[in-house]
Write a protein that binds this ligand. Structure first.
Ligand code: HEM
Length: 577
């Protein structure tokens, strides 16, 4: 017969765990029952708490979803075709084409659903653009993930503004600093090396426009970052190839929500990234050796102090003792502490990657415009001759006096931006105009459409016309100056001269973005490319290979498909031959 105490022994797990032996006395059974009751109550309380918390989270999500839906209702846009939104349509058609059609039908601010909880808002209205790009500071996680997967953690290209804020400020200061020392933006050797690269490629009669642009961009950036060490670096070609191979797949691997460790292709990609890291390490070592050699041969400073290297001069950096030279030497200040979570070469690889791709795209655009507009080329050459006569012989010091050349660069950037969209997320504020874009929305600015919009750029918005960035100044006998918009028949001569209307800050000119996350290399690269093209045009005439002409798609009624580079072949003809 069981004892009285045994009657109360519950048959739950805790009860079994706490059940006492029948040999124990009643007193100890009493204690264990109290303990068991206590534990049971604690577990129940925890479960209740857990349930309430989960329910609260779910309710808040549902409320947020309803809020999103009700706010989104106020925004115009095509009706949702299914529960999954427009994602199926987007996977079948180019997003820029869809945005072009939707903006045409529904106005300058439109919405698209990427899923039941993901809203995309595209803004084309110039009055709203600046406000949005200033207020929305974070970028899409995809961009940050692509850089992180390829180059490790770094503090320049992360999606969160908080993480990049201080580092991008310092880099911008340094790059802007050298932009003020105009003549020296890109060291003369970098330009010579880039032009020399064209001569190497000239073995063939004509050159692939995209290939030569890629070589030029890579040489320009490499020489600027690593100076003389880069000129003699035997692995430069492999580095360039690796960068391009990584660029091809970067967004594919970043688009996986969970890193696809199970895919063989992903590990192949990681090996490429690893090789790139080793090569970056190698060029930094070479730079270090070169720098050591330089400081020993110019032993002008006391021990412990070193003379500024070419890279430091180019980037306006404090001299850095060779022993401490690493990534931060390029991208940080004297009081910067290296973050141990960061990949030591992440920022260098990131800048080489972003800089090469975007600069190559712009160089290709300029080369094609010049090749298809020989009259502009000749006028730039006249401008170059005049600038050379006016001041020192070196054309590289005169890019500021070459408004047509600068206008050609701006116009080429307008017609072929490096990407079709600027992307932002987590816009928290209500916009001044009364339009509310809910928090968490993916906000896109379709730069390609904006930069070719006839309402902002005129009826020739799809055409190459560098004169849109120029004004004609007429210096009469009285000293007053009169300016008027320049045209292609105007000549920059004598009493008349062109003045550049700098488009930076114009809400509808966005090849370098705008606001908190705009490109920090803008001034630097515009000056650098002007220097490169001044040198290039003084040596060569650029022509399109005759068969290539039919390949050029110069205009179309839909700006989203206009001005696509079709990999034309170009010929460089030596001017004095
Ligand atoms: C023709 C050449 C270039 C073009 C067209 C270009 C264009 C751009 C664009 C469109 C963005 C995004 C802006 C936005 O979302 O608002 C960007 C970001 C950036 N660019 Fe460039 N870029 C060029 C060259 C360079 C160079 C040479 C450097 C550095 C030396 C550089 C450094 C950066 C950095 C650090 C960012 C990230 C800013 C951030 O996320 O906060 N860029 N660039």
């Amino acid at each position: 017969m069981s004892s009285e105490c045994d009657v109360f022994t519950p048959f739950n797990v805790i009860g079994i765990l706490l059940r006492s032996d029948s040999s124990r006395n009643c007193d100890s059974q009493q204690k264990s029952r109290i303990l068991r009751d206590f534990v049971t109550r604690e577990v129940n309380a925890f479960l209740w708490f857990f349930l309430i918390a989960i329910t609260a989270v779910l309710i808040s999500k549902v409320v947020a979803l309803f809020k999103l839906w009700s706010k989104a209702k106020l925004l115009p846009g095509p009706s949702c075709p299914s529960f999954y939104g427009h994602s199926k349509v987007i996977s079948r058609r180019n997003l820029t084409d869809i945005l072009y059609d939707s903006h045409k039908k529904y106005g300058p601010v439109i919405k698209l659903w990427l899923g039941p909880m993901q809203l995309l808002v595209s803004v084309k209205e110039p009055a709203l653009l600046k406000e949005i790009l200033v207020k929305a500071e974070d970028k899409l996680p995809l961009t940050g993930r692509a850089f992180r997967l390829a180059f490790g953690r770094s503090s320049l290209f992360a999606s969160s503004f908080e993480k990049v804020q201080s580092r991008r400020l310092r880099l911008a200061e340094k790059l802007d600093g050298i932009s003020f020392q105009r003549g020296n933006v890109i060291p003369a050797k970098a330009v010579d090396c880039s032009v020399g690269r064209i001569q190497d490629l000239m073995v063939e009669e004509s050159i692939d426009c995209s290939k030569v642009s890629q070589h030029l961009a890579f040489t320009l950036l490499g020489c600027t970052l690593f100076g003389d060490a880069f000129l003699g670096w035997s692995k430069a070609t492999i580095y360039e190839e690796l960068l391009m191979m990584i660029a091809k797949d970067a967004n594919v691997w970043a688009s996986y929500r969970v890193t696809p460790f199970w895919k063989r292709g992903f590990w192949r990609y990681q090996r490429l990234c690893m090789k790139l890291k080793c090569l970056t390490q190698d060029i930094v070592q070479q730079y270090k050796k070169h720098y050591n050699l330089f400081s020993h041969s110019h032993n002008q400073k006391p021990q412990g102090e070193t003379k500024s290297s070419s890279v430091e001069v180019a980037f306006d950096m404090p001299p850095c003792p060779a022993a401490e030279m690493h990534n931060s030497c390029f991208f940080s200040g004297p009081n910067d502490h290296f973050n141990s979570n960061e990949e030591p070469y992440g920022n260098i690889m990131g800048v080489m990657f972003h800089g090469c791709l975007t600069t190559a795209n712009l160089i290709a655009s300029i080369l094609e415009r010049l090749a298809t507009n020989p009259e502009i080329q000749e006028k730039i050459n006249l401008e170059l001759n005049r600038a050379q006569k006016d001041s020192v012989k070196d054309p590289q010091n005169n890019v500021d006096n070459m408004p047509l050349l600068l206008a050609t660069i701006y116009e080429s950037a307008r017609l072929l931006p490096s990407g079709p969209l600027l992307q932002r997320c987590s816009l928290k504020q209500v916009l001044k105009t009364g339009i509310t874009i809910p928090a968490g929305t993916l906000v896109v600015v379709p730069i390609k459409l904006i930069q070719m919009d006839s309402s902002s750029w005129g009826s020739d918005a799809n055409e190459f016309n560098p004169y849109r960035f120029l004004s004609m100044t007429c210096n009469g006998t009285d000293t007053r100056q009169q300016t008027s918009v320049a045209g292609e028949n105007d000549v920059d001569e004598g009493d008349n001269s062109f003045v550049l209307n700098d488009p930076t800050g114009n809400a509808v000119f966005l090849p370098f973005g705008f606001g908190a996350r705009s490109c920090v290399g803008q001034k630097f690269i515009i000056q650098g490319l002007a220097t490169l093209f001044a040198s290039l045009l003084s040596n060569y005439e650029i022509k399109l290979q005759s068969e290539s002409k039919t390949d050029l798609k110069s205009s179309s009624s839909n700006p989203s498909t206009a001005q696509i580079l079709l990999n034309s072949k170009i010929v460089f003809i030596r001017r004095n031959s």
